[in-house]
Design a protein around this ligand. Structure first.
Ligand code: TXD
Length: 319
């Protein structure tokens, strides 16, 4: 049986990290696509040359031709421009929408059966535009944001509680932006919900609120520190987790930007929701019941996403 084929559309900071992680995990053969001349080829060759020491078998190829992604099982899209300090994710919309059009057409022609994971910001609008431009079924096109935002939340909570990050679960819903909704009620340490941990004196509500805000600001915190780009290790790791759930039919329960046909009060929108990811892509959107406060935060986040979608339609009237 042939190895799976992983196509990374965009071979920059996240794309290169994705390629390295996918090779080390032996997820399959890897194509690094970019418009930059030489860079994808150089990264592919450099990672391939790490194979003998690391001990993985994978063919790696760098390219500027969409023909080389033919038959990909998974496409992870990071093509576009990242933020610089002082920029919001939404500031990237105009430039990256045009990039999604070319990427969507490339995937439509050469990898129509792929499971597509979009990472490019502003994520919730870009994943929708990518699905529209590519014409792939909505269950095969999703966005990576919730896994990253939840991972950041989990990391900060594990630090606060002095416990293993492995034993902290967290739920972050809504758009990948300032309005994201970390759900404390559904986040736990070893199954103990956060509100119980506050009552048990493990932390205070003020500290929990500060951690929730730091999660919302997680991307900007790293952009401010790096100064020349945005986060790439944790975003890549998060997307790989989603790709593995698809490739190995793991039925993982993961938050991601998925198309919501009719759930959570939504009728036809891409936004961060709890999903089940397996061999059929996004196999289920979990229609959780939120309380009044959570619903209000979620609705606010949904409105922000709808605003981005509207802005896309104003730029490209084919959408
Ligand atoms: O959680 C999330 N979804 C976010 C997403 C987490 C972190 C970063 N987020 C976004 O991912 C970020 O705001 C950017 O929009 C993307 C990619 O971030 P990265 O740090 O990898 O950006 P780079 O290093 O600039 O890489 C982007 C590559 C670069 O090599 C360009 O040459 C290439 O994209 N690029 C293109 N490739 C193909 N086709 C076109 N048109 C194109 N334009 C640029």
């Amino acid at each position: 049986m042939a190895r799976p084929k992983i196509a990374l559309i965009g071979a920059g900071m996240i794309g290169g990290t994705l390629a390295h992680m996918a090779a080390m995990k032996e997820l399959g053969d890897i194509v690094l696509f970019d418009i930059a001349e030489g860079m994808p080829e150089g990264k592919a060759l450099d990672i391939a040359e790490s194979g003998p020491s690391e001990g993985f078998d994978a063919n790696l190829k760098g390219t500027q031709s969409y023909a080389d992604i033919a038959g990909a099982d998974v496409c992870i899209v990071t093509a576009g421009v990242p933020r610089k300090p002082g920029m919001s994710r939404d500031d990237l919309l105009g430039i990256n929408l045009k990039v999604m059009k070319s990427v969507g057409e490339g995937i439509k022609e050469h990898a129509p059966d792929a499971f597509v994971i979009c990472i490019t910001n502003p994520l919730d609008a870009m994943v929708w535009a990518l699905q529209q431009f590519s014409g792939l079924p909505a269950n095969k096109v999703c966005g990576m944001a919730g896994v990253l935002d939840s991972a950041r939340f989990r990391h900060f909570l594990a630090e606060e509680f002095g416990v293993s990050m492995k034993d902290v679960t967290a739920f972050v819903l809504g758009g990948h932006g300032d309005t994201m909704v970390p759900l404390a009620r559904y986040s736990t340490v070893g199954g103990i919900p956060l509100p119980d941990l506050v009552e048990m004196g493990w932390t205070t509500q003020d500290k929990l609120d500060a951690i929730i805000q730091r999660t919302r600001d997680g991307g900007a915190e790293i952009v401010g520190l790096l100064k020349t780009g945005s986060a790439y290790y944790a975003p890549a790791t998060s997307a790989i987790e989603m790709a593995v759930a698809y490739l190995k039919d793991q039925k993982r329960v993961l938050p991601c930007a998925a198309y919501v046909e009719d759930a959570l009060g939504l009728k036809g929108l891409y936004v961060g929701v709890p999903t089940v990811i397996g061999a059929n892509g996004v196999e289920k959107v979990i229609d959780i019941k939120m309380n009044k406060d959570e619903q209000a935060m979620f609705d606010k986040s949904v409105d922000a996403v709808k605003g981005l979608v509207k802005a896309c339609k104003e730029i490209d009237n084919t959408l």
